[in-house]
Design a protein around this ligand. Structure first.
Ligand code: NDP
Ligand code: MG
Length: 385
């Protein structure tokens, strides 16, 4: 039986690479649902090629165009946020790949867990915002959450065969992004175009900015806590500019296991689909004749304050990571519109953390309210700093 896969965000960087994985293993996987937000032409082309059971476009104004373009095919066409949340529960679906960006991924992920679907989780914002809630829900429903993020997939691979052996430390590697060697003075003037040029990975715009500001690594620290049940002080970040070691685990006897490979997201996507099996793949191999040096540096939280803010949010817990995520989504969107400077982003996030009401044990409704409040405050801070 082929596994039926729903890809939330099939037109994005992760989504299109997931389709390549499906294409490489037509005997094992089938795209059951494909979804997008705005890029309707890409979604139409994907639907014509992969013939899913259904497609969903989140932006309802694109529905008519999508429906008409697929009228000759037996593909169900839906639109809107609600349809996206409901489609994940369709009975034949085995795996839901959450590859949409931002807070919008939370509700569909919760619904997929309730419907007992295995979650291949790329949308890290879901765990940043509501990790505790997601873990509770996954526990109650017996739903596995398989990491797609390359660092967490690496940790997950290092942990295979280690049941019962406690983790001493999780060591997340970070490329350091395009501004790794910039001085504070230089960081004041970096541009959107420079931030969008990641040295090792080709990703969507939001995560590329998060990588440049190191908020991405901060989010990954939070993600690691929820995926692997480790305390904040057990999660370390090390800068490794070559992005060959994707992350490491240190065990109680001092042994460190690492997972290495080319920087190519298709491997972690495929592993989340095939776990616990490994499938033969045509992805480029690591060539040690080419990769002659692997180097490591300590992260500088003075220049990359977002990393410190994320750790702070993790220590404070409650709705604080949700506040950081919402403020970050607002400042990144503003940075992409040239409405805020690179360093200004951290200022707004820090001030939003101080202004939004803190809730120690938030419910889902509290997260929704926190997200709205934090967004409103961050927007106001950008307009009138
Ligand atoms: P992209 O921006 O490339 O793609 C995002 C996808 O989600 C697109 O299909 C987009 O549709 C859709 N989408 C965006 N907003 C919404 C919304 N509000 N409602 C419904 N659909 C929406 O992002 P990436 O693929 O780079 O990243 C996806 C997720 O994976 C993020 O959470 C990111 O942090 C995580 N991730 C990504 C990695 C990477 O290498 N790219 C690595 C590790 C994690 P449309 O095309 O129509 O805009
Ligand atoms: Mg990552």
């Amino acid at each position: 039986m082929k596994k039926q896969i729903a890809i939330l965000g099939s037109t994005g960087s992760i989504g299109t690479q997931a389709l390549q994985v499906i294409e490489e293993h037509p005997d094992r996987y089938e795209a059951y649902v494909l979804t997008a937000n705005n890029r309707v032409d890409e979604l139409i082309a994907q639907a014509r090629k992969f013939r899913p059971e259904a497609v969903v476009i989140a932006n309802e104004t694109k529905y008519a165009q999508l429906k008409e373009a697929l009228a000759d095919l037996p593909i169900k066409v839906y639109a809107g946020e609600e349809a996206l949340c409901q489609i994940v529960a369709e009975k034949p679906i085995d795996i839901v790949l959450t590859a949409m960006v931002g807070y919008a991924g939370l509700r569909p992920t919760m619904n997929a867990i309730r419907a007992h679907k295995a979650i291949a989780l790329a949308n890290k914002e879901t765990l940043v915002v509501a990790g505790e809630l997601i873990n509770e829900l996954a526990g109650e429903n017996g739903t596995p959450i398989l990491p797609v993020d390359s660092e967490h997939s690496a940790v997950f691979q290092c942990l295979t065969g280690e049941i019962g052996n406690p983790i001493e430390k999780v060591i997340l590697t970070a490329s350091g992004g395009p501004f790794r060697t910039c001085s504070m003075e230089e960081l004041q003037h970096v541009t959107k175009a420079q931030a969008l040029k990641h040295p090792n990975w080709d990703m969507g715009a939001k995560i590329t900015i998060d990588s440049a500001s190191m908020m991405n690594k901060g989010f990954e620290v939070i993600e690691a806590k929820w995926l692997f049940g480790v305390r904040p002080e057990q999660i370390e970040v090390v800068i490794h500019p070559q992005s060959i070691i994707h992350s490491m685990v240190q065990f109680e006897d001092g042994a460190v296991k690492a997972q290495l490979g080319m920087p190519d997201m298709r491997l972690p996507i495929q592993y989340a689909f095939s776990y616990p099996d490994r499938l033969k793949a045509s992805f480029p191999r690591l060539d040690f004749a080419q990769c002659t040096s692997l180097t490591f540096e300590q992260p500088d939280i003075r220049r990359f304050r977002n990393l410190a803010l994320a750790y702070e949010a993790l220590h404070q817990a409650g709705n604080m990571p949700c506040i950081v995520n919402a403020a970050n989504e607002v400042v990144v969107a503003a940075f992409l519109r040239d409405e805020i400077s690179f360093l200004g982003m951290s200022d707004v996030i820090e001030q939003t953390m101080q202004k939004v009401s803190y809730i120690k044990k938030p419910t889902y409704e509290d997260y929704v309210a926190t997200d709205l409040e934090a967004r409103a405050i961050a927007k106001q801070l950008i307009q009138t700093p």
